[in-house]
Each structure stands twice: as C-alpha cells, then as structure tokens.
Design a protein around this ligand. Structure first.
Ligand code: HPA
Length: 281
C-alpha cells in the first residue's frame, strides 16, 4: 500500500504539472461514451496514460486511454477517456489507481459511467440508468490488503455509495423538476441497482435469473471497484449506466451490439451530463 501512495503521489504531481487548473470533479467515460470529451475546450489539456508515471495503459476497443482536463461551464473537470478492467488482467489496485490519483489532485466528486446489460425487463436498449446502489457479486475488493490510512478507513461505509444529493440533481435536471431547469425536452432516466461481474464472458441464463432474484437491474464489468475506492477516499459519486442490451431468453449479447447501442445513446447521454455539469455545485 505504501507503494501505491508513493506511485499515486508521483502520478498526481506529474499530472498537476501539466494542468492549468485544479480539477474538482472527475468523469470516467465508459465504452462508446467518449464523445463528451469534445465539450472540453477552455484550458484543455490532454495527457495520454502512457505518459503518466505508474499509470496502467488501456487495451480495449473503444477505450482510447487519455486524461482530458479543462473547463465545462466554468467548472474544472478531469475526464478519463478509457478505463481499466479486471478482465484485462489488471489487479483491482491498478483498476482503481486513477481514483487514488484524482483524490490526491483534490477531486471531490466523480461521475462514473458505463455500458451495462439490462436485467430489469422494463428496460430497453439505449436507456440511461441512474445507479442507486450496487451489488459486488464478484466478491473481490480493491481494499483488500494492508490499509493505507492516508487513503481512508479500513472499513468504509457503503451505505450511500451513490450520493443522494447528486442523484437528486440528476433526476431534477433530466425531468426538469425545478422551474429554473428549462432545457427543452425531458430525458428519460431510469433508476436501478448495478451488479458487478468480473467478465469478460457475458452472463449465463442462470446467472441472469440469479441477478434478477437478488435485486440487480443491470449488470456490468466495471464501476464498482472505482466507486468503492472513491467512497473510501471521501468523494461524492454519481453513477450512470447506458443499457446497451437487455437480457431476454434466447437472445445473445454481443460486443458489437453493446458498442452500437452505446453510440446510439451517446447524444442523450452527453445532454444529460451537460445539464448535470451546468448545475452541479
Ligand atoms: N453483461 C455484462 N457487461 C455488460 C453487458 C452485459 O450484458 N452489456 C454491457 N456490458
């Protein structure tokens, strides 16, 4: 753990030497959702992961692997375009390394996005789902091993892993619940529980039935490790899934379908995140 602290401090000081401002909010972009990074124009700085000391390098199609920092609506943000997955062979300490680095940079809040398979039969491909809670069915934890006190508690609470305040904001701006949010059209935003499987294989019909019974609305191969670490480090978390496929008897999910449906929802997703960024405090 001491090494992670040293390495994360090293990475944070490299990144901050490149940045024009101190980011307060981080955004992790899931597969196919990378377009949001085009919104960063003011004070834009791009840093490929390969340049950052101790940073893992991403390998998956659709994840290009760089940090993009700058301002959106005058808010200092840092975007991860491309994330690390356990199924790629990374340890969870590597998967969550960027979160440690962000916290050391002074980031206080994080928006985590992903593509997910729908378990809830009321979902349709292309839906956006606000994550209300998660189930770590993988049973692996990024906090296993010696605890580094600087990072946070040995036994952190996960009672409100997804900030109620930020969830309310997301619903308010999506459905324009307050008069001051006059944005044109409503954005349908479902809500649900995200289950983390290690992957990379998709789920069997029996696993889908199990996930349904235990209360999952969606399933995916990311997010939960990052959210656990963000919580340990005292960050406020907002999680949004793009439902790229819905598990139904006899239907096989494919990676192509996942990427294609993530692309189709990209515009809706971008609009929602922009509304959130406009109003987040
Ligand atoms: N299962 C797991 N991960 C996913 C899925 C799925 O069906 N779709 C997108 N990511």
């Amino acid at each position: 753990m001491q090494n992670i602290l040293i390495n994360a401090t090293d990475a944070a000081s490299y990144i901050s030497s490149k940045l024009k401002n101190e980011p307060k909010l981080a955004i992790i972009l899931g597969s196919g959702l990378g377009g949001l990074a085009d919104e960063v124009i003011t004070d834009r700085v791009e840093i490929p992961y390969s340049e950052i000391p101790h940073f893992p390098v991403s390998t998956v199609k659709g994840h290009s692997g760089k940090l993009i920092a700058g301002k959106i609506y005058d808010k200092d943000i840092i975007i991860m375009q491309g994330r690390f997955h356990y199924y790629e062979g990374y340890e969870l300490s590597e998967v969550t390394f960027p979160i440690r680095v962000f916290a050391l940079l002074g980031v206080r809040g994080i928006i985590v996005t992903n593509s997910a398979g729908g378990i809830n039969r009321k979902f349709d491909p292309g839906d956006l789902m606000l994550i209300t809670d998660h189930i770590n069915i993988s049973s692996i934890s990024p906090l296993r091993g010696e605890n580094e006190e600087t990072f946070g508690e040995r036994f952190p609470s996960m009672t409100e892993a997804y900030s109620l305040r930020l969830r309310k904001l997301a619903l308010d701006v999506a459905f324009m619940k307050e008069k001051e949010y006059s944005y044109g059209e409503k954005i349908e935003l479902k809500e649900g529980v995200y289950a983390f499987m290690r992957g990379p294989q998709y789920e069997t019909p029996a696993e889908i039935r199990m996930l349904d019974i235990i209360g999952a609305d969606a399933v995916g191969m990311s997010t939960v490790p990052e959210v656990i670490v963000a919580n340990q480090m005292g960050m406020e978390v907002l999680g949004i899934s793009c439902i790229t496929n819905v598990h139904k008897p006899g239907e096989k999910p494919t990676h192509e379908e996942v990427i294609e449906n993530a692309d189709k929802s990209a515009e809706k997703f971008r609009k929602l995140i922009m509304r959130i960024l406009k109003n987040i405090t």
